[in-house]
Design a protein around this ligand. Structure first.
Ligand code: SAM
Length: 328
């Protein structure tokens, strides 16, 4: 699948649920209204859709959410998708908050998952509770250690939040290094109304990189995972440090991905509103050729990029939907 700007679309992110067991302050409002369960695609429908994408050239699938591991029966989907690895699909992976990894790590490995991204914004228990509202850090750390013990490669993702976790990045990089985990920092993106002012949270990662470079020997690398992060080798730990910078450095020119929600809406860009309703197509016909054509029609509309800005003048989010809907 080649989009109008010559980019090959090889990566599909699927939000399997908009629900989550955490309520991270920058991601969701505390009092979220979730989609009615009846609107959700069944696991079988998600599998059929994912299969159509793989048939069209998608090589990497990432399950996300909401929290993917709180969707009931999700392991059945993961097992079925795992069977496509080596048959068109190169990689099946997940982004998770880690709370359920203690339960699922071994099953994930058995299904063919080799690595997971775990979102951990702080290693301070109190702060963790404040950021996630509902999360418990020890449960997440146990989950991460279960993942490591099961043989999963772990990358820790942290959203950089001004005045909240910026004093911890050294310690987090050190902790990740000691456990053999890559560490990746993400700029906060203006997605959906939350209860706080994002201007107060936004921390440009160009500044953070300079600060970290004072203590760590960071060498740029061309290592890529199919995602938008730019990586540095960290000499002292032997692991990598990544930066995802949608604001200070727009990464759209290399965009290779589209995002499917749990209701079958395909977003061709995280930061734009245009979308295709694949659920109607899926339910309207058993013919996968019709589905594939609908996907190709959507890819033909993929926009050039997002235009995120965070400033006080434009306090409205760039797009109204939360990250938990599109799937971060
Ligand atoms: N529940 C899973 C998790 O915690 O990783 C998957 C879904 S979560 C929406 C995916 C990622 O998006 C997390 O790393 C989260 O921190 C990040 N995220 C959520 N809202 C964001 C925002 N407004 N800006 C930047 N990252 C955000």
């Amino acid at each position: 699948m080649i989009d109008p700007f010559g980019r090959a679309i090889t990566y599909l992110r699927i939000s399997v649920t908009d629900r989550c067991d955490f309520r991270c302050v920058y991601c969701m409002a505390e009092d979220m209204t979730f989609l009615p369960k009846a609107d959700l695609l069944s696991l079988e429908e998600l599998e059929r859709l994912a299969g159509a994408f793989v048939d069209l050239g998608v090589r990497k699938l990432r399950l996300t959410g909401g929290e993917p591991l709180v969707r009931r029966g999700v392991m059945a989907l993961i097992n079925r998708l795992g069977q496509r690895i080596g048959q068109g699909l190169n990689e099946l992976t997940l982004t998770t908050n880690g709370s359920q990894l203690g339960r699922f790590a071994d099953e994930l490995v058995a299904a063919g998952v080799k690595r997971v991204n775990v979102s951990i914004d702080t290693l301070d228990e109190e702060k963790f509770r404040t950021i996630t509202r509902w999360g418990r850090l020890p449960q997440v750390i146990d989950g991460v250690m279960a993942a490591k013990a099961a043989g999963l490669r772990v990358k820790v993702n942290a959203v950089a939040l001004k005045g909240v976790n910026e004093d911890e990045f050294d310690a987090m990089l050190d902790w990740c290094g000691r456990h053999g985990f890559d560490f990746c920092l993400i700029e906060t993106m203006p997605l959906g109304e939350v209860d706080q002012d994002r201007t107060d949270q936004y921390l440009p990662l160009s500044t953070v990189r300079q600060r970290l470079a004072a203590r760590w020997t960071l060498t740029p690398t061309d290592y890529v995972t199919g995602g938008p992060a730019r990586y540095f080798d960290v000499a002292e730990t032997g692991t990598r440090l990544g930066f995802i910078t949608p604001l200070t450095h727009n990464f759209c020119e290399g965009c290779n991905r589209v995002r499917l929600t749990c209701t079958g809406t395909l977003y061709m860009c995280l930061g734009q509103d245009d979308a295709a309703d694949l659920r109607a197509v899926l339910r309207g016909s058993d013919d996968d050729a019709v589905l594939r054509q609908a996907i190709l029609d959507a890819i033909a509309r993929k926009p050039k990029g997002h235009d995120f800005v965070i400033d006080r003048a434009g306090r409205a989010p760039a797009v109204a939907r939360h990250m938990s809907v599109t799937g971060g």
